[in-house]
Design a protein around this ligand. Sequence first.
Ligand code: SF4
Ligand code: SF4
Length: 749
Amino acid sequence: MSAQEKIWDIPGGIHPAERKELSNRTPIQQAPLPKRLVLPLGQHIGAVAEPCVVVGQRVRKGEKIAEANGFVSAPLHAPTSGTVSFIGPQPYPHASGMLAPAVVIDSDGLDEWVELRPHGDYRHMESAELLALIRESGISGLGGAGFPTAVKLTARPTQKIHTLIINGTECEPYITADDLLMRERAGELVSGIDILVQLIQPEQVLIGIEDNKPEAIAEVRGACSERSYQVRVFPTKYPSGGEKQLIQILTGVEVPSGGLPADIGILCQNVGTCTAIHDAVVLGKPLISRITTLTGEALARPGNVEALLGTPVGELLQFAGLDTSKLNRLIMGGPMMGFTLPSLEVPLIKTSNCLLASTAVELPPPPPAMPCIRCGECAEACPASLLPQQLHFFALGQEHEQLKAHNLFDCIECGACAYVCPSSIPLVQYYRAAKAEIRELEQKQLKAEHSKQRFEQRQERLRRAEEQKEAERKARAEKAARAKAAQAEAPPAAAAAPADEALKKLKIEASMAQVALKKAEKQLAAHDTPELQAQVAELRAAADAAQKALADAQAAAPAPTPKPAGDEALKKAKIDAAMLKAQLRKLEKIETPDDEQQAEIARLRQQLEAAEKVLADLESQAPAPAAKPAGDDALKKAKVELAMKRAELKKAEKAGADEAALQPRRDALATAEQTLHAAEAASGKPAPELVRTERPGVDEKFKALKTEAAFARADLRKLERDESAAGEALQQARTRLAEAERKLAEYQP
Ligand code: SF4
Ligand code: SF4
């Protein structure tokens, strides 16, 4: 081994029976086309894809049937042509036997492709285009948890990837899908690596393969003989294929606890993912099938098949000669990290690398768990250098902080600890449950923290708004105080008002004289008589005199007070401040403003502050407005009171109230009149003429008779409309009306 091909060892690890010979002796076969395919929308880590087809729609092979639903998500494509027959919950490959949303396609047997768009010339493509192509092809990691490949390939601006590691380890017993793929498709594998190299531009490419796959090693070495890619072979040990373990084996570098390979400049991709990238870019084919190992002693013809995603596992096992009488436990994945399938109805998905149909002898049920004897075997076997027995202890006590402190999340759930445990404790199950609990709790805490932050932000906003209001109140009070002081210092109001009134009067007189003159002139034009001529002459003289009086008065009047120069500026400043205030209020009403809105709020506050300062300055310079005479309010109030008392009296009179009821109202009206006189005297304004004048010609008795007749008529109408009115009451009302009308008719003024 050259220095360049140096490999390192990992801690722990085990050597379970490999059992790979069951399935690695025959070439990859094509699985039959199923009649019905079930395609779960969540076949990857991340958001479940969103269907973009409807029931009844015909689709062709390779046509997109669901869109990626977010950044960490992957689209889904029809594995064959046919008709979408159902979209909804369907069996899903999970130990719980749960259902999950899926698109069901009834195959039409034609297997008709959509038009493919191969990119054999991808070397001219930009990285973004290539990434988009990989993303649109629905590729997610085919070797492990199914993380969307395009997301993993998206470069981090702060971290350069210097080493690309291709994982051909396939360390788990029974599984041979990657082994056969490397043997039969080494050319496509290397082509896929070429695409990754163009995207990532790493300094080195390391292909890691365990030494139990000699044919695969030879094929891959041959396929990349003209490239600088290094095929590194290392001794078989479980779980060398774990991402962090393989990195340590090939580079001697450990990925830090809780970190990712990218943190140390390394990216890992599975061999199956690389060939899928080749198919997507060079052939234009999306991910619609995968190579799966069908193995176990319950199968007559174990081997590897290329099967369409969505194929029910029962059909695949039938193809491999399943003997249901022998089948004891059906596992998806391998015996170490796989999980038991509750049904043969579940479909094959992107991460299904193996179906293990085992007999009871082959994989006997584990003996009952016994208490831990603290033998330490588990710690010896752990490839992540954890303390499995301690983790077990903390998991039993739900001591989450201790579990995290003992790096539970570095556990790769390889099962090596449980494999060696003499007490047969299902350790991994405890770790999985504990991880799920912690994640759930953290989610809840995150939500609670988020709510708390929102609450605190709201409180802060309210506090700021209150402060702002207080500042405004203070500013207004200061402004009022300044205005009052200015008023006190100002000279007494100019005694121009009487002069103004006189001028106004003269203007009206001049105008009226002109109107009278024009009217007389028109009449004279129509009927030229000496009387009219004399009248016109007289009116013309009067108009001239009025015009002259007006001109004299205007000449004598002081020049009108020019509008202060600052008026316009003051007006503008008021408008500016009002507009800013309105904009600010609008934004402050938003419960949880984003960063941009918060910045806008801060900006507006500053502007408002500046605008209000300008306004305050201008107002302090402006002359104080003339104060309202002190008695104005009292005068106004007295007028309103008088009007109300007058209305009350009228209403009572109309209602036909008797004298006893009317008298207090008359007294109240008299009091209101006196109050008004007093207020007028106090205001200094000339007293209005409050003498009520009776309209000439109005006969009070006649008016009273008319009123009585009107009321009698109204009462009768009202009773006639009331269905429940008594006949007697109606008769009385009619009699009253007849009497009133008679009196009215007989009345002689
Ligand atoms: S191997 Fe099993 S019995 Fe031994 S220390 Fe670990 S958990 Fe306990
Ligand atoms: S399952 Fe976890 S704790 Fe057990 S050996 Fe594997 S990594 Fe270590």
